[in-house]
Design a protein. Structure first.
Length: 98
């Protein structure tokens, strides 16, 4: 077996005559064709916002629990899963419980 340096060069224009589309060209073309696969449906967007809306607005019924950076998360997360007899998978053996 022999190993040696190889010089390699590739110029897109040597092999392809058309220039590549930029992202917006493809997106606009799909829109004109009626291809909605790259677009979110309105009901999907509304559902996604509904999931975070209670957290973003004051007076939220959903509590937000703080925890120390680098920790395994708030103790409330452990209690939430424990209600159903489940537990988080430990990422390290050094997980600290509150």
């Amino acid at each position: 077996m022999q190993i040696g340096a190889v010089r390699s060069a590739f110029d897109y224009a040597d092999f392809f005559t058309e220039r590549a589309n930029v992202g917006y060209e493809t997106l606009l073309y799909d829109c004109m064709l009626g291809d909605a696969t790259l677009f979110q449906r309105a009901d999907s967007i509304e559902t996604a916002w509904a999931a975070v809306d209670r957290v973003l607005h004051p007076g939220s019924l959903l509590p937000v629990h703080g925890y120390a950076a680098g920790s395994a998360g708030p103790a409330e997360a452990d209690r939430l899963l424990a209600q159903d007899g489940r537990a988080w998978r430990l990422l390290t053996d050094a997980r600290k419980k509150d």
